[in-house]
Design a binder for this molecule. Sequence first.
Ligand code: OXT
Ligand code: ADP
Ligand code: MG
Length: 586
Amino acid sequence: MGTVEPQVAQSGDVQEVTDGFHLVIDALKLNGIDTIFGLPGIPITDFTRMAQAAGMRVISFRHEQNAGNAAAIAGFMTQKPGICLTVSAPGFLNGLTALANATVNCFPMILISGSSEREIVDLQQGDYEEMDQLAIAKPLCKAAFRVLHAEDIGVGIARAIRAAVSGRPGGVYLDLPAKLFAQTMDAEAGKKSLIKVVDPAPKQIPGTDAVKRAVDLLKGAKKPLIVLGKGAAYAQADADIRDLIERTGIPYLPMSMAKGLLPDTHEQSAAAARSYVLAEADVVMLVGARLNWLLSHGKGKTWGGTDHKAWGDQKFIQIDISPQEIDSNVRIDAPLVGDIGSCVSALLAAIDSNAGSSWAKPPADWLRAIAERKDKNLAKMAETLAKDPTPMNFHSALNVVRDIIKANPDAILVNEGANALDFTRSIVDMYKPRKRLDVGTWGVMGIGMGFSVAAAVVSGQPVIAIEGDSAFGFSGMEVETLCRYDLPVCVVIFNNNGVYRGTDVNPTGGPDVAPTVFVKGARYDKLMEAFGGVGAHTTTPAELRKAMEEAIRSRKPTLINAVIDEAAGTESGRITSLNPTSGKKK
Ligand code: OXT
Ligand code: ADP
Ligand code: MG
């Protein structure tokens, strides 16, 4: 229990006192939170020092958005809320994008921001960094709280933790005004006011009727498919999920961050036959995956619909902890509302009691048809990967990354960009759960270095960040953070001189380059060298391989500038069609 200088009471007795600073630290520690990602300044500078003195790991960033992204992904990896700490108004706003992104992605995090004098803020009298932060955060997160009195800190932290991790996880905002930190109270009373949260994410057991409905649908399927989403990765029910897939023999499709839940090389993976299985399956079981844009909203041609809005003929089973997710886009025939661990084990039990060990595998012609498509795509991919063009392109570079991950399956892969994202997703196989961390539901750029720092801090494993050159720019200054904490992160920048590619020209012939184009031949490797890390400049797969192997071996912060053919990318990668086109005739 942290205390401050004892005070002498009127009676002459020495009274142990504590204060807001120490109560926040004690409340976090009591709940097993040992790391804070943040950026110091008024009014939380001393808080960061005291937290470090109290044995917490305090990781300081160069920009709050990156600290926020680090907190969010730490939450995803550990099921404990990641903590991001910022100063008031601008620092808070810098962290807010990450908080909103965490909420959209169902990652548990708590953004704790210091704030200015309530009385002055509410009368809008122009305080230092004045802003009504609570009101601004509210619509962008799952819950938002403010603590005004030291004796309420325990409750405030407990509520924030519960809100972040229970039910559908998400971002929580906790507003701590500057005055709160210095408030004192009796140390014993302070200790009693803290709450060790019991069962922060209670299991949610699905109804037996819902389980039966789902099993009956699965049993009758001629062309069943399971889609695993990042909710399934988050749930940490890895063994049961694998068991369910292997015992039923149903082909599965991993969403991007569910890759590796089962090894991507698993024979039941239908990832390389994505278009075929989505359009053809007759019963689709979604496990922690929403029917949002990434799954074409469950309708249209992707799902066998006759036009872009039409529903297909398939039936859906959806496992999700959020009852409101069900029917969000199309009809869900068998909703299974509960936590994935409980739902999957209930399904396994029902399958056992239903069919003993003789659950019929899906019809052979369905499996054969998938295998045919898959083999064709895999063969085509193998052929492309075997090429060694000059200049190096996405495929020949990613062939190296693919080998490196295969040889180091515990390494964590962080990935952002457009082409640099999409090619990596389909080329680099993952072998273990929660090893692939990427742009997620919003397709947001800027997660790269924040995710990398957190992944290294939380896991101690090597991290490989595959970054488009544009994507890297959003958080690039954190290479200093990588060096400061000496983290085993190898950043590989796929440098094609711009956003999507580097070949656009200014149609006016004026001196400005095109909006998508960067300085040609930029040497990002030198950025890392500026802070004492290792920089490497590579133009061939052989050079890239050598540099990556050395980074993994040495565990030194490394940045590899991988020069890619500047014409190799396409507009927005695989999502070109989302760009609106002008109807105006030229
Ligand atoms: O079945 P078919 O035949 O269809 O084939 C599929 C699979 O079966 C097959 N496949 C395989 N074949 C062989 N072997 C294997 N192993 C295999 N696996 C799969 O391959 C195909 C494709 O499979 P895939 O990828 O699974 O399927 P598909 O159809 O693509 O899936 C659809 C989606 C939607 C699920 C998928 O495409 C997806 O997940 N997409 C995510 C896209 C995304 O989020 N993109 C990022 C955003 S783009 C844009 O917004 C950018 N911005 C703007 C911006 C952003 N985002 N944020 C902020 C804060 N500000 C601005 C910017 C600035 S990107 C960007 C920077 C870009 O420049 P960079 O320099 O960073 O990057 P470069 O482009 O590299 O230059
Ligand atoms: P993806 O982008 O991989 O398809 P989404 O983020 O769209 O995944 O979906 C994740 C879903 O998982 C969300 O609807 C969320 O409510 C759900 N979810 C998250 N954690 C759990 C859990 N422990 N149990 C059940 N559902 C969960
Ligand atoms: Mg690029």
